[in-house]
Write a protein that binds this ligand. Structure first.
Ligand SMILES: [Ca+2]
Ligand SMILES: [Ca+2]
Length: 360
């Protein structure tokens, strides 16, 4: 099973108070949105520094936040239904080949027909207009092109997207979109300081697109986690190991790791974690010093849809932990020693200080 086939409701729970407040604050600022604004920008709350992006939008452009805890397609459909003179719509969200993460849903080649009615409604406001998709590699591979062609048929919008990473050049990204269906004239609507100072790229990690995750415990793949859902899709079998360092930014916590999919005939995969940017304990379980692990757990299909972070924290003989992981660097070791297994982990990052403040 892939994440595309997961019931959408699994991910759309727990409306975030802080996000709701940010969202409504922004609506107050932009309550003068009327027909005269012709460009509408949707920014998914899970992209890095989304508030910096919101603040970097040009004055003649309307920006709306897609909140992480709700169905993004529904949010966009609702806002577009109130917009009659839009000429350009920009979507800024995490992407991968033929896939866009919008709120708590992922719109992709496998589920686009489930959203066909809503996407057809978009054509009432953006039919003949331009849809600019700023998500990494959405147009990459034949899958990406098929996805965009179907999106074009349903929305009747001209579409432009990228075959490459989008965002900071320091992260290998670029701001120009290089794939186009129909005539698209609009430029990126950010103020110049965003291009100079924004440090993120709009990507999730998918081994099918981005390549095998590092087998070297001293040089793991590095992933900068952002607020919201960060997904990691990997395939491993005998001999293939995935080492990945994640950074949880200050002020945020890793609230959960949901096993979103697990495809294998073999149920003995596992996950382990240590603090820091390398993994020091590797080898057969009998050879490693388990007491140096922060935690570990077997991973199997029965855990799909559940939070495996809790299981990892209860690993026998480890340092152990309960509840969310605080900000900092952590290195994960994911492996399947038997049959080829494809799995997707979703790292859910939430703000801490503000949340405590709201609950107090
Ligand atoms: Ca690997
Ligand atoms: Ca792999």
């Amino acid at each position: 099973m892939t994440s595309q086939t997961m019931p959408i409701s699994n991910l759309c729970s727990g409306r975030s108070m802080i996000v709701e407040r940010l969202s409504s604050d922004h609506k107050l600022v932009s309550s003068d949105f009327e027909a005269k604004k012709q460009t509408l920008v949707f920014i998914d709350q899970s992209v890095k520094d989304f508030m910096m992006l919101m603040s970097g939008i040009q004055a003649d452009v309307e920006a709306r936040l897609i909140t992480a805890s709700e169905d993004g397609i529904q949010q966009i459909t609702q806002i577009l239904s109130q917009s009659t003179s839009v000429k350009n719509v920009h979507l800024i969200a995490h992407g991968s080949s033929g896939s866009l993460k919008l709120g708590c849903t992922e719109l992709n080649i496998d589920n686009i027909e489930e959203y066909a009615e809503q996407l057809k409604n978009w054509s009432n406001s953006i039919g003949g207009a331009s849809l600019l998709i700023y998500g990494c590699e959405v147009a990459a591979t034949l899958t990406g092109i098929r996805f965009l062609e179907r999106l074009h048929q349903l929305t009747k919008a001209s579409i432009t997207a990228s075959t490459q990473k989008v965002g900071s050049s320091e992260q290998g990204g670029r701001w120009q979109l290089d794939y186009q269906i129909g005539q698209v004239s609009s430029e990126l609507t950010f103020l110049p300081f965003i291009k100079d100072h924004y440090s993120g790229v709009f990507a999730n990690y998918n081994e099918n697109v981005n390549g095998d995750i590092s087998d070297d415990p001293e040089n793991p793949l590095f992933l900068q986690l952002a607020a919201g859902v960060n997904s990691l899709r990997a395939t491993s079998s005998a001999g293939d190991i995935e080492y990945v360092t994640v950074n949880i930014p200050a002020g945020f916590q890793l609230e959960s790791i949901i096993l979103a999919s697990y495809n294998s005939t073999d149920d003995i995969a596992f996950a382990a974690v240590q603090e820091g940017t390398t993994f020091t304990e590797f080898g057969l379980p009998s050879e490693i010093d388990v007491s140096r692990l922060l935690g570990w757990s077997h991973i199997n299909a029965n855990q799909v849809g559940t939070n495996v972070l809790d299981n990892i924290g209860r690993g026998a003989g480890t340092i152990g932990f309960t509840g969310p992981l605080a900000s900092g660097d952590y290195t994960f070791w994911f492996q399947q020693t038997g049959e080829p297994s494809t799995y997707t982990y979703e790292f859910n990052v939430t703000p801490i200080a503000r949340r405590h403040q709201l609950l107090a």
